[in-house]
Ligand binder design. Structure first.
Ligand code: BGC
Length: 771
């Protein structure tokens, strides 16, 4: 086999250009004369959609295990489980001849309306990044590649192929890129898939900042960047920006465009070589794993069931669950018989088999009589008779189990959800059933949050079952009957109502643009900052046992570069074994830039027998304390106090401790010609220069405004008035009395700031966090 560099040397310009576009819907170009094989890719992410005919996009795929979708997997908060699922998907890939799995999806859940939220992990970038990294590690541990997607800021389906996301850099870095950054650095995916949309005016596929500067140069991504299917508009611009492989293919005009661009000098051949090198490296890496054989469908079905059980979230339980051997059970709702176990679109798997909730319930219900009523028709249709029938059955039973799933017309890839609630018939059904039968349990098979206001008060329990994969039905039965203790927790906030959601006024945009006006405040960051009540907070999930948190230990001072190790104890104080998701948040009570009230920076899932105690240790690194400073273009962890908050959810903090961060990094001053007096006084170097200057100037300034000592200034506080004026403008008011022009004076002061040497420790003062 020839080395990559040798192959590159022997390739013609046409071959290089052709390799940079797919040869079919799912394969890259093979170049037999140089021993370059084709590479096969398939969706992803929660199971394989391996289309046998590589020239077909949407035909039925080969049977594969439909694992729970990402919103369920993320609610497990279990890194190891994500690795196991990833490894299983990779074994299926090997059996089905797939080299690279097109997943995981790792976009942030900006709005619960995004049609594709079921394919994404979380509203929190740290959680999403950690879980994506684990999934990637799992797949790639078997010698199969992944494609981390859709990079970046693809947070809605509406106009996804052209919408222009307007987002500021701090928000982009802290919220929309961090999940990718963690996944790239920890998971080292072989490929990253760019998004369809534009970001600040440029297609993600042509985005040099995103693809080259951030992903490849800063994060050190060594794999190849592939386009989302059809995301490339200008092939040459895309290649120049760092997009290596355009999919799907073949597309002669793309090849031609690259050839011509090199010939005309518009594109440097070295740039093309770089893309070819990246593609060849991944192709040969993939080929190192021989394909073929069988996968263990039984074992994977069992794993899918275990994963589903860990991801389901018991949202509400007024003592109704686990069921205590009822003799008459009314199972209600179409999705008990026709389970909605996955979402529509490219992730749709042809499952090896599908378990049916009604059958699984009958299996575990023993001698109980289990009736079934459809409750609501398919799709958005309405039929009051189905409600009447359901009510009659519910009344005759000891407990009603209502299964509800949103129809595919409402929740899928390709379009966003038109409303946050269930369908009108489903809401009416739950209301009517729970009125007739107070012992009503609702099982939701939705990919994201739903508005429950119209019925939640009347039901005894709610289990969020997600789009739970082909084996999820058994998991539901196990949880309802207490054979499994639920341990999932929400990776996304369930809001009260759509109007409360952070992006409400800026979703899905207008005139081809969507403005991320809420900035860094998405999910719980927003609800907490606004002090808005939510239906179920981020991190929430009930158990059949109870846990006690105690004895938080961590050093009270630490150096930013060394990070902080936090330890505490968790005890299972109940009667049954269980698993607890423990969450560590960091709060920065005082900062130069506004920050959310708290942010998740660590978590663990702990299995505990009744009465058992375990010590949990969580490492918090520099980034756990840092925000992205758009002026400094860097991550800043400011000196001073932080609070470490350990909780069972974002709203249920059990332990807290204040710690002091010692900053070892010194940041350049950001003062410039436009800086205001306040900024001068807040800047640690600026203040040293400004204070004596101001003392000298103040009498003059007062005089310039015609003020005698003790007089007030046109009914306002003079200092308050001056503080937010640029120093230049302030001086301008008295330019007649100045020795030189305001511009020259400001420039001179700035020079003094730049030349000034700061003595260590001298900086703190009123604005502790002033940089
Ligand atoms: C989706 C991707 C998917 C690709 C290939 C696109 O429409 O956005 O997630 O991997 O199609 O099916």
């Amino acid at each position: 086999m020839l080395e990559v560099e040798e192959i590159l040397r022997q390739m013609t310009l046409e071959e290089k250009a052709a390799l940079c576009t797919g040869a079919s819907a799912w394969t890259t170009l093979a170049i037999p004369r140089l021993g370059v094989p084709e590479m096969v890719v398939s969706d992803g992410p929660h199971g394989l959609r391996r289309v046998a005919d590589v020239h077909a996009v949407g035909t039925k795929s080969l049977p594969a295990t439909a694992f729970p979708t990402a919103s369920c997997l993320s609610a497990t908060w279990n890194r190891e489980l994500l690795r196991e699922v990833g490894a299983a998907i990779a074994r299926e890939a090997i059996a089905l001849g797939v080299d690279v799995v097109l997943g995981p999806g790792n976009n942030m859940k900006r709005s619960p309306l995004c049609g594709r939220n079921f394919e994404y992990f979380s509203e929190d970038p740290y959680l999403a990044g950690e879980l994506a990294a684990s999934y990637i590690q799992g797949v790639q541990s078997q010698g199969v590649g992944t494609s981390l997607k859709h990079y970046a800021a693809n947070n809605q389906e509406y106009q996804r192929l052209r919408i222009d996301v307007r987002v500021d850099e701090r928000t982009l870095r802290e919220i929309y890129l961090t999940g990718f950054e963690i996944a790239v650095k920890k998971g080292r995916p072989w490929t990253v898939m760019c998004a369809y949309n534009k970001v600040n005016g440029t297609y993600a596929s042509e985005h040099r900042y995103l693809l080259q500067q951030v992903l490849k140069d800063e994060w050190g991504f060594e794999g190849l960047v592939v386009s989302d299917w059809g995301a490339v508009v200008d092939r040459v611009a895309a290649l120049e920006a760092g997009l290596d492989l355009a999919m799907p293919g073949p597309k002669a005009r793309f090849t031609q465009a690259l050839v011509e661009a090199v010939r005309s000098g518009r594109l440097e051949e070295a740039r093309l070589d770089e893309a070819v090198r990246r593609i060849l490296r991944v192709v040969f890496r993939a080929k190192a794993t021989p394909k073929g054989g069988q996968f263990d469908a039984e074992a994977h079905h069992a794993l899918a069931r275990r994963a589903a059980a860990e991801g389901m979230v018991l949202l509400k339980n007024e003592g109704l669950l686990p069921l205590k051997n009822p003799l008459r059970i009314a199972v209600i709702g179409r999705s008990a018989l026709h389970p909605q176990f996955q979402g529509g679109g490219s992730s749709n798997v042809n499952p090896t088999r599908v378990d049916i909730p009604l059958e699984e319930l009958r299996r575990v219900a023993g001698e109980a009589q289990v009736t079934y009523a459809e409750g609501y028709p398919e799709g958005l249709a309405e039929d009051p008779r189905l409600i009447e029938e359901a009510v009659a059955q519910a009344r005759a039973a000891e407990v009603a189990l209502v299964f509800v799933a949103l129809p595919p017309a409402v929740e899928s890839e390709g379009y966003d959800r038109p409303f946050l609630g269930l369908t009108p018939q489903q809401e009416a059904l739950i209301q009517a059933v729970s009125q007739a039968q107070p012992r009503t349990v609702v099982v939701l098979n939705t990919g994201s949050a739903v508005d429950m206001r119209s019925w939640i008060g009347g039901v005894g329990a709610v289990l969020q079952g997600w789009l739970m994969g082909q084996a999820g039905a058994g998991a539901i039965a196990d949880i309802l009957f207490g054979r499994i203790n639920p341990s999932g927790k929400l990776a996304e906030t369930f809001p009260m109502r759509l109007q409360d959601t952070p992006a409400y006024l800026n979703f899905p945009g207008e005139n081809g643009e969507v403005r991320y006006g809420e900035g860094i405040y998405i999910g719980y960051r927003y609800y907490e900052a606004k002090e808005l009540p939510v239906l179920f907070p981020f991190g929430h999930g009930l158990s059949y046992t109870a846990f006690r948190y105690a004895n938080l230990r961590c050093p009270s001072r630490f150096k930013d570069t060394e990070g902080l190790r936090v330890a505490f104890e968790v005890t299972n104080t109940g009667q049954v074994a269980g698993k607890e998701v423990v969450q560590v948040y960091v709060r920065d009570p005082q900062s130069s830039l506004p920050r959310p009230p708290k942010e998740l920076k660590g978590f663990a899932k702990v299995a505990l027998e009744p009465g058992e105690t375990k010590t949990v240790e969580v490492e918090l690194d520099y980034r756990a304390f840092a925000y992205y400073h758009p002026g400094l273009k860097d991550w800043v962890a400011e000196e001073g106090e932080y609070e470490i908050l350990v909780g069972a959810s974002s709203a249920d903090i059990r332990l807290r401790q204040t710690v002091v961060l010692e900053a070892t990094r010194d940041w350049p001053s950001l003062l410039n010609e436009e800086s205001t007096l306040r900024e001068w006084l807040q800047d640690k170097r600026g203040r040293k220069v400004m204070e004596p200057f101001l003392e000298e100037m103040l009498p003059q300034i007062r005089a310039a405004f015609g003020l005698e000592e003790g007089e007030t200034f046109i009914g306002m506080d003079l200092m308050g008035f001056l503080l937010d004026m640029p120093l230049r403008s302030l001086l301008d008011f008295q330019s007649e009395r100045l020795p030189t022009s305001p511009e020259v004076m400001v420039r001179d002061l700035l020079r003094r700031v730049r030349d000034g040497v700061l003595v260590d420790g001298e900086a703190s003062g009123e604005g502790r966090r002033a940089l």
